[in-house]
Design a protein around this ligand. Structure first.
Ligand code: SAM
Length: 279
C-alpha cells in the first residue's frame, strides 16, 4: 500500500480491536488514593491519578475528544492487519501488531535523511517496522533500532535485510534505554502520542500510560547524546503538547522545531512537528 493511501489519519492513529470494553479502559493507573484529578472520558467523569508527575495539561473536553480520536484510530489500525508499505523509497512489511508509517511520518523520515552523517552512531528508539533506522543506514553504518514490541524488532530486522542495510543495522528488544549501551550522535523517537492505557501491543505504539515511556526517554536522553549530538522527537496536537514541552524544557537542552505540517484530521486541523534537542 503506498504511503498516503493509508487510512491511519494523522501520524498517530491506533488502537484495539473492536471487542475491547470501553468501561475497562483506564486513563492513568488509578491506584493512588488522594492524588486524583477528574477528567471526562466517554461522557463519564474518570479519575486520572497524578502518577510520576503526569496529569493532563489539556482541558477535560479535549481529553474526551482525544479519547474518541484514540478509539477511531485504533479501530482503523487494527483493521489494516499485516501489509506492505512503500515509504520514502523503502519497501516495508508491517505485521499486524506493528505500527505502520503514516501520512505524516515523512516529516521525521526526511529529517533523519537530512541529518545523518557518515560514521555517526544512530539510535532509532521505538523503531517499529524499522523505517527510520533503515533511512539512517543509507548514510552511516552504525545504527541501532530498539522497540518494546518483539514483533516490531523482528520486522525491522527483516526490513533492513530487504532494503539492503542489514550489515549496517542492529535491532533489539528494549524498554526505552534498558538494553541500550553508550551514547549516540543522533537519537530518533516517534513516541506514542497519548497517555491512555494500551490494550495490546499495537496500541502500545500510540498509547503510553501516563506518558511513562515519554517521561523516561526525556529524563535519560541528555545522558545518551554525544557532545553536539541531536535528538529528533516527533509529536502532534493529538497528544499533550504542553506536557511534551515541559519535559523538553526539563532536559535543559536547547531545542527547536525543524519540521511542521498541519492537516485536516477527524474534523479538526492537527499539527505534527519534529522538535530537535541538541546535546
Ligand atoms: C508511533 S510508533 C513509531 C514506529 C516507527 N518508529 C515509525 O516511525 O513508524 C511508536 C513505537 O514505539 C514503541 N514503544 C512504545 N513504548 C516503548 C518503550 N517503552 N520502549 C521502546 N519502544 C516503545 C512502540 O512499540 C512503537 O513501535
Amino acid at each position: 500500500m503506498p504511503l498516503g493511501a493509508a487510512p491511519p489519519a494523522g501520524g498517530d492513529g491506533r488502537a484495539p480491536v473492536g471487542s475491547a470494553d470501553r468501561s475497562t479502559v483506564r486513563v492513568g493507573l488509578g491506584t493512588r488514593a488522594g492524588n486524583r484529578n477528574p477528567c471526562r472520558l466517554g461522557g463519564r467523569v474518570r479519575y486520572c491519578p497524578d502518577v510520576e508527575g503526569y496529569r493532563p495539561r489539556v482541558p477535560p473536553e479535549r481529553v474526551e475528544r482525544l479519547w474518541r480520536w484514540h478509539e477511531e484510530a485504533s479501530e482503523e489500525l487494527h483493521a489494516l492487519g499485516a501489509h506492505e508499505v512503500e515509504y520514502l523509497g523503502l519497501q516495508l512489511h508491517v505485521p499486524a501488531q506493528v505500527f505502520p508509517p503514516t501520512p505524516t511520518s515523512d516529516l521525521l523520515g526526511r529529517a533523519v535523511l537530512a541529518r545523518t552523517r557518515p560514521k555517526q552512531r544512530v539510535l532509532d528508539m521505538g523503531c517499529g517496522a524499522g523505517a527510520n533506522a533503515i533511512l539512517a543506514a543509507q548514510h552511516t553504518d552504525d545504527v541501532l533500532g530498539v522497540d518494546v514490541n518483539p514483533t516490531a524488532v523482528s520486522a525491522a530486522r527483516a526490513n533492513a535485510e530487504r532494503n539492503g542495510v542489514a550489515e549496517r543495522t542492529w535491532f533489539a528488544e528494549s524498554d526505552v534505554f534498558d538494553a541500550v549501551d553508550g551514547e549516540f550522535d543522533l537519537i530518533v523517537f516517534d513516541p506514542p502520542f497519548r497517555w491512555f492505557q494500551p490494550r495490546d501491543l499495537l496500541e502500545r505504539a500510540f498509547a503510553d500510560e501516563n506518558y511513562a515511556t515519554l517521561t523516561r526517554f526525556m529524563r535519560e536522553v541528555s545522558d545518551r547524546l554525544r557532545p553536539g549530538g541531536e535528538a529528533l522527537v516527533f509529536f502532534g496536537t493529538s497528544g499533550d503538547v504542553a506536557y511534551l514541552d515541559e519535559l523538553i524544557e526539563a532536559t535543559g537542552l536547547p531545542s527547536s522545531t525543524i519540521a511542521e505540517r498541519s492537516l485536516d484530521v477527524r474534523g479538526e486541523t492537527a499539527t505534527y512537528f519534529v522538535r530537535c534537542l541538541t546535546g
